[in-house]
Ligand binder design. Structure first.
Ligand code: URA
Length: 221
């Protein structure tokens, strides 16, 4: 069996196991586990916060308004949902779409890390504060770090982490949407860089985050 086939099987097995997860109290209120969707062999993975109402009903991440925007942003850089893998920090919907709490994040974290280990992405785009803080292991908020890629080790793998605003935050804020589009536009280059394909060295440099920028913690995103 090839490595890719083995990984695909392991991924399916893991999704099946996770469907019955009872590691935290969210199991009691969910319709179903929202494991993730897309190409489990993708080079790029997007990680959001948690399923909302529609995701919980349909069993798929990002199928509501924020998902439609995410699809549009992907289209803008020549990608479809089928080219990438989309998952969340939490696999179950928090009641009333409230913020994830630390116990839930800690209970669910192994699922996300196992997904990353099996998918082997080279670029991971974190959408919003919760995914960014979890995957960077740092407290800096998304307003300060969006658009600044950083090398991180997730489990046993080195990946390029690319924090982005959460699409839900940009839905009704045109200025944020503009920034999100600009940040998205860098993904093809970062992807090429993360897979070691191309780009002259000077284009690989990115500016340091500016300390003077305000650190705003967007509660939801
Ligand atoms: N917001 C998220 O963070 N994830 C989803 O799946 C949907 C909306």
């Amino acid at each position: 069996m090839t490595d890719a086939v083995e990984r695909a099987e392991a991924f399916r097995d893991y999704a099946e196991q996770t469907a019955g997860c009872t590691k935290c109290a969210l199991a009691g209120g969910r319709t179903q586990v929202v494991f993730g969707s897309g190409n489990p062999d993708a080079q790029v993975m997007f990680v959001g916060e948690a399923p909302g109402f529609h995701e919980d009903q349909q069993g798929l991440p990002f199928v509501g308004q924020a998902g439609k925007l995410l699809e549009r942003l992907l289209e803008g850089i020549g990608l479809t949902r089928g080219d990438v893998y989309i998952a969340n920090v939490l696999k179950c919907r928090p009641p009333g779409n409230r913020d994830p709490v630390p116990d839930e994040i800690a209970a669910c974290e192994p699922h996300l890390f196992r997904q990353i280990e099996l998918i082997e992405p080279t670029l991971v785009a974190s959408l919003g504060n919760f995914a960014t803080k979890l995957l960077s292991g740092r407290p800096a908020g998304i307003t300060r770090v969006h658009g600044y890629e950083q090398e991180v080790t997730l489990g046993t793998r080195k990946v390029l982490l690319y924090p982005l605003y959460h699409p839900a935050a940009a839905l009704y804020t045109p200025s944020m949407l503009k920034v999100l589009e600009q940040d998205f536009a860098r993904i093809p280059d970062l992807l090429a860089r993360s897979t070691g394909e191309q780009n002259p060295p000077e284009e690989q440099e990115s500016p340091e985050p500016v300390d003077a920028q305000p650190t705003v913690q967007l509660g939801l995103f």
